[in-house]
Design a binder for this molecule. Structure first.
Ligand SMILES: [Zn+2]
Length: 487
């Protein structure tokens, strides 16, 4: 590490105080001085469509009285911006496993695979390569820690859904593991009944199961599993005191991981994923999505603060693909009602996942109970026709499957729901899409569908060698840069 004339915190401050040209001259000098990279923090807002940036910025100003850290970072001349093309080997639209494998394995592969190429050969995941070189590694996610995005950096499997096969592969490859997904380690819940917890403990990983234990932990290696499946949506955590006590925020998990990496004084690669922005988009759930995006932004703020005095840490903030492409449509004459409609999102207090779970366990699964749940949790009244259409969407086999997937926080891949309500879009012809459209009448938010999209992924980089990520790039190019910078 080379001394710099000023640290990252100063860069952030000075950037906002000085004019761009004067500041750029100072920045280029700083970059010449400190080009060595001793750590990379790779942050992923999974399934974040470009429009989410402005939606989150405007929402943050309403509920937090300030903008977002990512927006500020983009506006800071010390950072560079890129647009990433995200297709996979077999589709213009990637899934998370092919996208993460492009970053983690260096080649485009088919959707659903993790570091297995179309010809059946395997790519070595980057954390395995870096471990051989003696680096430290960490994965943090609000999804299960064996989900596709963390998996692409540290495992190989033909089918991303085989999360029980991914879990054991992290042993000795990843030092810090923080997220959900206990059921893929626990012998009582694994499909093969094998114990995937004890091997970690034997290799001196501390097994951490709740927020307080994480905040106290000073262990060199941690396996932190805070939920059986995915960690609950941030909007549900914020409205549940017991979850707040027991489940750490993404920011708290990130803080623990970054502290561990910086303390080690070894080179490191740390991936931090806001995993449920994607799930909110699949569910056309704007409040679920937006609160998780703010939780991700809080984690970014934490990372920026913790690395403020360091000129040898590269921070990359990006997404793996768009999803549902939410956008705020102007409403009312001359769009005069737009801001008021947008504010209605602040009245929402539960994720669609939670609402559908409650409805499914209600004694009478009828339009009235659906309308009550929507009014209490989303703050608007369904018309009788809307309530009937929404419950009808659950009555047929495809709708039931979609509801089951929604309650598990998984995506509906059925595509088509054969049933009675009128809906011309195959993408929106399911309970999630229908509720998203109805809610949009009150919030102004529209969706293109309930699946991933091909939109470019926004990438922001800050720190030494960040200029490598300026301009347009294909997602697999990231891998070469990460390897060159860390090996
Ligand atoms: Zn997805």
């Amino acid at each position: 590490m080379q001394p710099s004339s000023y640290g990252r915190r100063d860069i952030l401050r000075i950037g906002s105080l000085l004019g761009t040209s004067a500041f750029l001259a100072g920045t280029s000098r700083a970059q010449e001085k400190s080009s060595e990279v001793n750590g990379i923090i790779f942050m992923v807002s999974d399934g974040m469509s470009p429009g989410v940036l402005s939606i989150a910025q405007n929402f943050s100003k309403i509920v937090r009285n300030r903008g977002t850290a990512w927006w500020d970072l983009i506006g800071n001349p010390a950072s560079v911006q890129g647009l990433m093309e995200t297709s996979s080997a077999n589709s213009l639209v990637t899934d998370s496993s092919a996208a993460s494998s492009a970053w983690g394995g260096g080649v485009k592969i088919n959707n659903n695979s993790v570091n297995v190429r179309p010809d059946g050969s395997e790519s070595e995941p980057i954390m395995r390569s870096l471990k051989k070189l003696g680096l430290r590694t960490g994965l943090v996610s609000t999804a299960s820690i064996t989900h596709a995005t963390p998996a692409g950096f540290a495992s190989v499997t033909e089918n991303r859904d085989h999360e029980h096969l991914i879990a054991p592969q992290y042993l000795d490859t990843v030092d810090i593991l923080l997220g959900g997904g206990l059921k893929f380690f626990d012998p009582k819940q694994r499909v093969d009944s094998r114990d995937a917890l004890t091997p970690f403990q034997k290799k001196s990983y501390e097994l951490v199961r709740d927020r307080n234990s994480l905040l106290k932990s000073k262990s060199e290696r941690i396996l932190g599993l805070f939920s059986n499946g995915h960690i609950p949506y941030e909007i549900d955590r914020l409205n549940d005191r017991s979850l707040q006590r027991t489940v750490p925020t993404l920011s708290e998990m990130s803080k623990a991981a970054v502290r561990n990496m910086l303390f080690s004084n070894q080179k490191f690669l740390l991936q931090i994923e806001g995993g449920r922005i994607d799930h909110g988009a699949h569910a056309n759930d704007i409040a679920g999505l937006i609160w998780d995006q703010l939780a991700f932004d809080q984690a970014l703020e934490t990372v920026l603060e913790m690395t403020a005095g360091r000129d040898d840490i590269l921070i990359i903030v990006t997404t793996d693909h768009g999803n549902g492409n939410p956008g705020l449509n102007g409403t009312g004459k001359h769009y005069a009602n737009t801001s008021e409609a947008f504010r209605n999102i602040t009245k929402m207090s539960a994720s669609h996942e939670r609402i559908f779970q409650k409805w499914r366990s209600a004694p009478s699964k009828d339009p009235e109970s659906m309308a009550n749940l929507i009014e209490v949790n989303l703050g608007f009244k369904l018309s009788p026709d809307e309530a009937e259409a929404l419950t009808a969407a659950f009555r047929n086999p495809a709708g039931k499957k979609a509801a089951r997937l929604a309650t598990k926080g998984e995506k509906d891949t059925t595509g088509i729901v054969e049933q009675s309500f009128t809906e011309w879009s195959n993408q929106l012809r399911n309970p999630q899409g229908l509720l998203g459209q109805i809610a949009g009448n009150h919030t102004g938010i529209g969706w293109t569908g309930t699946s991933h999209t091909s939109d470019p992924a926004i990438l922001t980089a800050l720190g030494p060698q960040s200029q490598r990520f300026q301009g347009t790039m294909e997602n697999q190019e990231i891998h070469r840069h990460l390897m060159e910078l860390l090996s």
